[in-house]
Design a protein around this ligand. Structure first.
Ligand SMILES: Nc1nc2c(ncn2[C@@H]2O[C@H](COP(=O)(O)OP(=O)(O)OP(=O)(O)O)[C@@H](O)[C@H]2O)c(=O)[nH]1
Length: 601
């Protein structure tokens, strides 16, 4: 295939605007997948993804298309994840392309992630092809949306195909527009190899497969390769493409997108964003833009059954082979026993990992409230990074504490601007700017502490804007805040897993709210349980869980063993998700109670 007849592109969109549905239609139209094999949203391979309707892992497929000009083309379609947690992956997958198909919902119009994705595409110098989707909806306003794309993004949308990805209407226009408007790859096939690693997949038999886009040169079986950032060296055992079935090849050349296997044991050697070159004929410099991804959110994960500790380590190790962004190290909690401190890219990433451990490895867990990474500057001039609130150094030794901040862009209809600004204010946001999108909507720019938005910000935003607000953010660095550690005491004992770092101005309300929540969540015991919130030994809120009066077994008379058994079974069921903390049984929800703060302020 001539390089000039290759087209490499991604589909980008705000969540739910129809990216995966369009990808499915394109696969059908190019007859890449036979109809009977076609499962809806084929590119989303993990069960969890399908269930949650989100795209997490990237995928690349090769498609063949005979255009109306009579020429045969090869398309490489690279699927990108659509959630803010995975921005870096989106950016790298875009760097593997020459163009991006921008899907915009004809009823919703431009949303925060539409813009965020457009900026990422522009950063990567991509040609952007707008496509207006869901024109079958009664509420569709394709012409207005076309105007919006021109006004807000500054793209010429006059040639944007207006389609229904669901029914397939006009989807062929998208393929023609890809041929016409997205440029062919330009690299020199005779230059030393530069292959961008934009994803990796773990295969239990062959080790890590690197998904690569060949920017210059070529790669073939038997080559000795070098990963330029990690320095790892391997011999290439297999190269190939996916269509979406795996097809082995002898080599991949400039413009092609595929995979290589080289008996690579750990995903850590195959960092997304790295450049692969040939060891004996290396490229002078790597492709631009590589960076190491650091987790933004940490939490403790503890097996409910301590005997499962080693199984859990194995589960995490296996998951990590697949997911370089997941970090973990052993941690002990007085309350919860032995477990792991785990680092994630965001809350969604955390949820997904937690669910996979429970579901795929069958290990019931207790998760502690997520925490961001604080920088505690000590009076001796040193700095410690704190990702677990219970390890915050003694207040006497702390000079000041800094916390991570983000710049948030929130798109919201005019009617909801008031409540959204109020929410941002409550979440300690600093107002920065307000940009008019059109007569009906605005883009609010705020700087907010990450700790405030990783919790329930997104849910609150959605509910108070009736689902209309959309949101995107990027980390902008650390700022000093008046923070302190708040401890929770049950029955007079500090429960380390319930400690949080709070802003001093909000400490009282937050303490009160947590204490009240715990009172509702922790079941009654045979004895009274005092619950207290304290900062530096000073009690700021308290309540009591009254003792249980009735014994369930008292109801059973005589020797009705089966009834007794049933009752005990029932109690056991209820206890499954409990963890004994000292003499108190605490349910899983209690550890998350520090998160949802509906009653506060
Ligand atoms: N009416 C209508 N619904 C559509 C159309 N295209 C997609 N949808 C629906 O919109 C919803 C979201 O579509 P997806 O393709 O999953 O969206 P996505 O952008 O891939 O979402 P993420 O992968 O989560 O980012 C699904 O319920 C689709 O059935 C369309 O043309 N018309």
């Amino acid at each position: 295939m001539k390089q000039s007849n290759i087209r490499n592109f991604s589909i980008i969109a705000h969540i739910d605007h129809g990216k995966s549905t369009l990808a499915d239609r394109i696969l059908e139209l190019t007859e890449t997948v036979e109809m009977r094999e076609m499962k809806s949203q084929l590119l989303d391979s993990m069960d969890l993804e399908r269930e949650r309707g989100i795209t997490i892992k990237l995928n690349a497929v090769q498609l063949k298309y005979t255009a109306k000009d009579g020429e045969d083309y090869i398309f490489h379609l690279i699927d990108t994840p659509g959630h803010v947690d995975f921005t870096y992956e989106v950016s790298r997958s875009l760097a593997a392309c020459d163009g991006a198909v921008l899907v915009v919902d004809a009823a919703q119009g431009i949303e925060a992630q539409t813009l965020a994705n457009v900026y990422l595409a522009l950063d990567n110098d991509l040609e952007i092809l707008p496509v207006i989707n869901k024109i079958d909806l009664p509420s569709a306003r394709p012409d207005e949306i076309m105007q919006e794309i021109e006004d807000v993004i500054g793209l010429d949308a006059s040639y944007a195909p207006q389609i229904s990805a669901k029914s397939g209407l006009h989807v062929v226009d998208v393929l023609e527009a890809i041929v016409k408007y997205i440029p062919a790859p330009t690299g020199d096939v005779n230059a030393p190899l530069k292959a961008l690693v934009f994803d990796s997949v773990y295969d239990p038999y062959r080790g890590v497969l690197a998904l690569i886009s060949i920017k210059e040169g070529s790669i073939k079986v038997g080559d000795m390769i070098k990963f330029m950032a990690t320095g790892a060296e391997y011999e290439v055992l297999e190269v190939g493409i996916r269509n979406p079935k795996e097809v082995k090849k002898q080599q991949l050349v400039t413009g092609e997108v595929g995979w290589i296997s080289a008996a690579i044991k750990s995903v850590k050697d195959v960092r997304v964003g790295d450049t692969i070159t040939i060891k004996n004929n290396p490229a002078a410099e790597p492709l631009a833009g590589y960076r190491i991804m650091n987790p933004t959110v940490y939490c403790g994960l503890y097996p409910i059954d301590n005997a499962k500790y080693n199984d859990m380590r194995e589960a995490l190790e296996k998951l990590q082979l697949n997911d370089a962004a997941l970090q973990f190290e052993p941690e002990t909690s007085q309350a919860l026993g032995f477990g792991f401190r785990c680092g994630f890219l965001g809350l969604l990433h955390m949820d997904v990992i937690q669910e996979r451990i429970e579901r795929e490895y069958n290990i019931p867990l207790i998760a502690t409230a997520p925490s961001v990474v604080y920088h505690a500057y000590l009076t001796d001039g040193s700095m410690v990074q704190v990702d677990n609130p219970s390890f915050l150094p003694d207040p006497q030794k702390i000079d000041h504490i800094e916390e991570p901040y983000v710049k948030a862009s929130i798109m919201v209809p005019n009617d909801f601007v008031g409540p959204v600004m109020e929410l941002c204010q409550k979440k300690r946001g600093n107002y920065k700017d307000m940009i008019y999108i059109d007569d009906t909507r605005m883009n609010l720019i705020y700087e907010l502490p990450l700790s405030e938005i990783v919790f329930d910000f997104f849910d609150r935003l959605k509910s108070l804007s009736k689902g209309y607000a959309s949101f995107d953010y990027e980390l902008i660095g650390y700022q000093t805040s008046r923070l302190a550690k708040m401890d929770i005491l049950l029955n007079g004992e500090i429960v380390d897993a319930l400690s949080t770092i709070v802003h001093r101005d909000f400490a009282y309300n937050r303490g009160k709210s947590i204490v009240e929540k715990l009172k509702k969540l922790i079941p009654k015991h045979q004895f009274e349980i005092p619950i207290q919130a304290a900062i530096g030994g000073k009690i700021i809120a308290r309540s009591n869980i009254k003792s249980l009066r009735k014994n369930v077994l008292a109801k059973c008379y005589g020797g009705d063993i089966s009834r007794k058994k049933k009752l005990l079974e029932k109690q056991k069921e209820g206890k499954k998700r409990m963890k004994s903390v000292g003499s108190v049984e605490v349910p899983q929800e209690a550890f998350m109670s520090v998160l949802s703060m509906d009653e506060e302020n």
